[in-house]
Design a protein around this ligand. Structure first.
Ligand code: VTB
Length: 350
C-alpha cells in the first residue's frame, strides 16, 4: 500500500501539469480559429481598395468567432473606445455563454482583426489577423498612441538601448549576431517621421526594408531565424506594440518600447488608464507581463512568415502562427477548410 501511495503522488502532479498544458494548448487552437475567421473574411476583400470594408469584414468575423470560445473574455486592446467602435471595443466582453452554474476562465484579450488594412485593401504583402490573450491583467492597457520601438531576436537580450544612436544599436546587434553592420537588415515604417533614422541607418551601412504598414509582423520576423530581418526600429502604434510584446514573450525576442505622449490630453488619458510614468521604457515583460500568454496570427495576404488565405472551389486554406508562453510552444497551422466535398483530385497535400 505504502508503495502505491508514494507512486500515485508524482503521477497526480504530472497529470495536473499536463492538464494545464492541455488547457493552454486547447485554448490557443480555439483562438487560432478566431484569427482564421477574421483573415478569411478580410482576404475576400483583398485589393478592392475599400479599407473600411476590409476592416469591417475582419472585425465582424472575429467578433462572431469569439462566440464559440469558452472564455470570459475582456477586450483590453481593440477597435477603440466604446463610443467609437461598435464591435470589439475596449471593455467589451467576448466569449461563449457558459451553461448555468459554470464559469469560463477570465481572459484579457488584445485584438487587431486586420493589421495592415491598407496592405489588404491594395493586395500588398504582410497583412494579418492577430490577437494576444493572457490571464486577467497580463497585457498593458495601452492607449491608441504611438510607441518608439526597437525589436530584435533573442540573441540581443540586454544589448539594446532606446536612447542610444541607431548606429550604436546596429553595432550591438551585429556583435551579438556575429556579423558586420552591413550584413544586417532593418525594417522601418516608410513615414516622413523616420527620415533622420533612415539616414543614420544608411550612413552606418545597414540594409533597410521600408514597409508601408505592419510593424507587428515585421517585429515577429526580426525575432525568428531565417526571415531575413534582424531588427525593427522606429515609431509605430502602441496597441500593435503590446501585441508584438506578447509574441516576444513566446519567442524570447528583445523589445524596448516607450509611449509617445504627444499632448496634455493624451497624458491625461494615460493617467486614467493607470500609466503612472508615461516616459517609461518598457520591455516585452512589462508590456505583456502575463504568466500564460497566447498569441495567434493568421496571414491575410501572403507575407514573410505566413501565407495568405487561398480560395478554391471546395473551400479555402489558411496559414497561422499559434504560440503559448507556458508551456512554451510555437506552432504553424496550415488548415484546409472544406466547405464542400473536395473535387475529384482530393485535398492538396502541399
Ligand atoms: C504602424 C503599422 C500599422 O499603424 O503601427 C502604424 O505597423 C502606425 O501609424 O500597420 P501610422 O500609420 O500613423 O504611421 C498601422 O499602419 C496600422 O494602423
Amino acid at each position: 500500500m505504502a508503495g502505491q501511495a508514494t507512486k500515485s503522488r508524482p503521477n497526480k502532479s504530472r497529470n495536473s501539469a499536463s492538464g494545464e498544458q492541455h488547457l493552454a494548448e486547447h485554448l490557443a487552437f480555439e483562438l487560432a480559429r478566431v484569427v482564421e475567421e477574421a483573415a478569411i473574411a478580410a482576404a475576400r476583400t483583398m485589393g478592392q481598395g475599400d479599407r473600411p470594408g476590409s476592416d469591417h469584414a475582419a472585425v465582424q468575423a472575429m467578433r462572431r468567432a469569439f462566440e464559440e470560445v469558452p472564455i470570459a473574455g475582456n477586450i483590453v486592446i481593440g477597435e477603440g473606445e466604446r463610443d467609437e467602435a461598435p464591435m470589439l471595443y475596449i471593455g467589451e466582453r467576448v466569449g461563449a455563454t457558459p451553461p448555468p452554474g459554470l464559469e469560463y476562465p477570465a481572459v484579457d484579450i488584445a485584438v487587431d482583426p486586420l493589421e495592415g488594412t491598407n496592405l489588404c485593401a491594395t493586395g500588398a504583402a504582410n497583412s494579418i489577423a492577430v490577437l494576444a490573450a493572457s490571464e486577467a491583467g497580463g497585457l498593458l492597457h495601452a492607449p491608441d498612441c504611438y510607441m518608439e520601438k526597437i525589436i530584435a531576436g533573442p540573441g540581443c537580450q540586454g544589448a539594446l538601448d532606446l536612447d542610444a544612436p541607431p548606429e550604436d544599436n546596429l553595432k550591438a546587434i551585429a556583435k551579438r549576431l556575429d556579423r558586420d553592420v552591413d550584413d544586417l537588415v532593418v525594417m522601418v515604417l516608410d513615414r516622413p517621421r523616420h527620415e533622420e533614422l533612415i539616414a543614420k541607418l544608411r550612413k552606418a551601412g545597414a540594409r533597410i526594408r521600408l514597409i508601408g504598414d505592419g510593424d507587428l509582423s515585421a517585429g515577429i520576423a526580426a525575432a525568428v531565424r531565417g526571415a531575413g530581418v534582424h531588427a525593427v526600429m522606429g515609431i509605430g502604434g502602441a496597441p500593435e506594440g503590446v501585441i508584438t510584446a506578447a509574441a516576444m514573450r513566446c519567442l524570447h525576442g528583445e523589445m524596448l518600447g516607450r509611449l509617445v505622449v504627444g499632448d496634455k490630453e493624451m497624458e491625461r488619458r494615460m493617467e486614467k488608464m493607470g500609466i503612472r510614468d508615461p516616459h517609461k521604457i518598457y520591455r516585452a515583460e512589462d508590456l505583456a507581463p502575463g504568466k500564460k500568454i497566447i498569441f495567434a496570427a493568421c496571414g491575410v495576404t501572403p507575407g514573410n512568415l505566413l501565407q495568405g488565405v487561398r480560395f478554391f472551389g471546395d473551400g479555402h486554406r489558411t496559414h497561422s502562427l499559434v504560440m503559448t508562453s507556458s508551456p512554451n510552444t510555437v506552432s504553424f497551422r496550415d488548415t484546409v477548410h472544406l466547405t464542400g466535398k473536395p473535387d475529384r483530385r482530393g485535398v492538396r497535400l502541399f
